[in-house]
Design a protein around this ligand. Structure first.
Ligand SMILES: Cc1cc2nc3c(=O)[nH]c(=O)nc-3n(C[C@H](O)[C@H](O)[C@H](O)COP(=O)(O)OP(=O)(O)OC[C@H]3O[C@@H](n4cnc5c(N)ncnc54)[C@H](O)[C@@H]3O)c2cc1C
Length: 433
């Protein structure tokens, strides 16, 4: 691990390793443009890379060029917005914004992810239930497209590029700068953690809180306990608000945190996992978006089949988002007013099943989710074929071809989006791409 991230031939998943021919760290958009023009001339495939927190080679370029964005990490606050380099982390954005009494409306659970990386994925968090994704809260982007031109885009200026590049996984350009919306920082927030006996009760309670204006953050977890799987709802309210207690919770823990302290809540876990060696173990993560109407049943059936050996030292996230708040065409969502993020964050520690088995399990769950209208948040590790990719891209239809022609005419961008050639259920041996 280097400077918060991973070596260019590797990533947080530690499943696929593909050495690039070259790695560059340009200081600005002009440097990225020069690198891309040179790659086009030489026929090199190009992967943009934040800190490599994707899990299945998405930010790798087998025998190609990796463009690391970390040198572009300047952040300034201007006119109530953050102007951030594509390689800035959300921690750096937050640290710059807080002295102005401002915060990004949506933060990921982990702050050491880059702005360009999560805008290229989507960027979900406990505030997505109120504000949509991080990609919904960016007003303007500076992008270097696949012919080396530097283009500024927004919903009004070059809108097709703006739509292609957000959640585009680096397929249509490298984000070098973003103008990010900010909202007033709350005072203290009060965190509520409520236990529920099963996924049906947890999901019902979360749906009750989804439209509750006092709730400023809403997530949930499934964890292994002495009595089997346990279900927990996490919410924050303003410090003065009474605790919400929807449904019939079976236990309550309430604590108050400062907003910054709350945002950085993963830090102690990361320190502990690092000490145990689990942070650097393989991570065959699965991240699904399930239709709200069938999410509880899907989770109940999944948990009935799973034991702790299917998770290792990991966590499972389960929380609702309102799809009407998400207007990013590249994010594939179930066609229902509410979708549930169901993220099985597996760690292949020695007591867990093998990486191959866990990837096969991801594939099975992905197929089951797809059969009921679920989708995948594709920074995770699911063996995918060209046909899967085409079906994933179908909602944007012919726009995808137009985007490719306009923004990646040489076909050099994002070689790390792996496509298995055989049976994807048999795929996923730790291997080179
Ligand atoms: C511990 C941990 C916690 C996480 N928590 C969350 C969470 O709460 N919510 C959430 O939504 N996701 C979460 N993620 C997933 C995260 O959004 C993705 O992993 C994403 O990879 C961001 O990480 P990164 O900045 O290191 O980007 P990378 O992994 O380096 O890149 C991700 C993708 O974006 C592309 N890319 C990177 N930078 C750019 C750029 N500047 N321009 C164009 N394309 C680019 C890459 O080619 C790749 O396809 C988490 C991941 C980890 C490991």
């Amino acid at each position: 691990m280097t400077d918060l991230g991973y070596a260019p031939h590797d990533d947080f998943g530690h499943i696929v390793q593909s050495p690039p021919r070259e790695t560059l760290r340009p200081a600005d958009a002009a440097g990225v443009a020069a690198a891309i023009r040179d790659a086009v001339r030489r026929g090199l495939r190009v992967a943009a890379r934040g800190l490599g927190h994707s899990q299945y080679g998405q930010a790798q370029a087998p025998d190609g060029l990796v463009i690391e964005t970390r040198a572009m990490r300047q952040v300034r606050i201007s006119g109530g917005a953050a102007i951030a380099g594509g390689g800035a982390t959300w921690r750096e954005v937050l640290e710059a914004a807080l002295p102005h009494g401002l915060v990004p409306p949506v933060l990921t659970d982990y702050l050491d992810l880059t702005v360009g990386g999560t805008l290229s994925a989507g960027g979900f968090g406990g505030q997505t239930s109120r504000y949509g994704t991080q990609a919904d809260n960016v007003d303007e982007l500076e992008v270097v497209i696949g012919d080396g031109r530097i283009v500024r885009c927004s919903a009004r200026q070059e809108p097709e590029l703006f739509h292609a590049v957000r959640a585009g996984l680096g397929r249509f350009g490298v984000i070098t700068e973003a103008r990010l919306r900010l909202v007033p920082a709350p005072g203290l927030v009060r965190e509520h953690t409520l236990g529920y006996p099963d996924p049906y009760a947890l999901v019902a309670a979360q749906l009750e809180l989804l439209h509750e204006p006092r709730v400023t953050y809403l997530e949930g977890q499934v964890m292994w306990t002495e009595r089997g799987w346990g279900y927990e709802l996490e919410a924050t309210t303003g410090d003065e608000d009474p605790p919400p207690a929807p449904g019939r919770p079976s236990g309550t823990v309430t604590e108050a945190w400062t907003p910054y302290g709350f945002a950085d809540r993963m830090a102690p876990d990361v320190a502990q996992l690092t000490e145990l060696g689990a942070w650097d173990a393989p991570h065959p993560w699965l991240t699904l978006l399930l239709p709200g109407s069938t999410a509880a049943g899907f989770v109940a059936a999944t948990m009935a089949e799973m034991g702790p050996e299917d998770l290792g030292i990991g966590v499972i996230l389960l929380y609702p988002v309102r799809t009407a708040l998400i207007a990013v065409p590249q994010l594939r969502l179930p066609h229902e007013p509410v979708a549930f993020m169901f993220a099985v964050l597996r760690t292949a520690t020695p007591e867990a099943r093998t990486v191959t088995d866990l990837l096969a399990a991801n594939r099975i769950l992905y197929e089951r989710a797809r059969a009921i209208g679920g989708t995948r948040y594709p920074v995770d590790a699911v063996p995918f074929t060209a046909a899967d990719q085409a079906s994933h891209d179908r909602p944007v239809g012919p726009r995808m071809t137009a985007w490719r022609n306009a923004f990646d005419p040489a076909g050099i961008l994002a070689p790390g989006l792996r496509q298995e050639t055989g049976d994807p259920g048999q795929a996923g041996r730790p291997t080179s791409a």
